[in-house]
Design a protein around this ligand. Sequence first.
Ligand code: SAM
Length: 179
Amino acid sequence: MAAFVTAGLVAVSLYLFFFVFFPIARGAIYDPSSRTEAEVMAHIAEVQPREKAADLGSGDGRVVCALARAGAEAHGYEINPLLVLVSRRNIRREGLGGRAFIHWGNFWRRRLSDYTLITAFQVGFVMARLEAKLRRELAPGSRIVSHYWRFPGLSPEQTQGNIYRYRIPDPARRPTSRS
Ligand SMILES: C[S@@+](CC[C@H](N)C(=O)[O-])C[C@H]1O[C@@H](n2cnc3c(N)ncnc32)[C@H](O)[C@@H]1O
């Protein structure tokens, strides 16, 4: 009985350490998109051949793999080291080496200006901050696909179920208070 309780406590502690401690206050905890949703994200993104795409908080890599299969050079940023290992194994198993890459770390600390396509399945409390980061760092015309959560200051240009595609506006076309 004592061994059973100890094993349970160890399992809960490991879960809390990897799956709650790492993302807490930085973004969503792990809750993967379904396989179908990952495919819809890649589809609605209208991936261009070999364009650079990044999934912010890439979990087990399923969205990264879907983007790579659609033709992108796909990168994932993931803060949970266990998920980094799992997603790298998934990339190898799918034969997507050289087209899909996982980076261990906090995506808030990464500059995203090399990417023309961003995907994310994050959480409500980060969406305003994430919008500000993406507006600052992405070139006008870049696309963003968000699963479930909407950005407060952008209107989706395409929607499929609870998956939204946005585009970074051209600053010259943004309304200003002095016009
Ligand atoms: C809801 S899951 C989505 C996983 C994957 N994108 C998908 O759609 O299946 C959110 C992921 O973001 C990761 N995450 C949360 N905050 C992060 C941060 N600041 N930097 C990197 N990864 C983060 C979590 O560890 C988790 O794996």
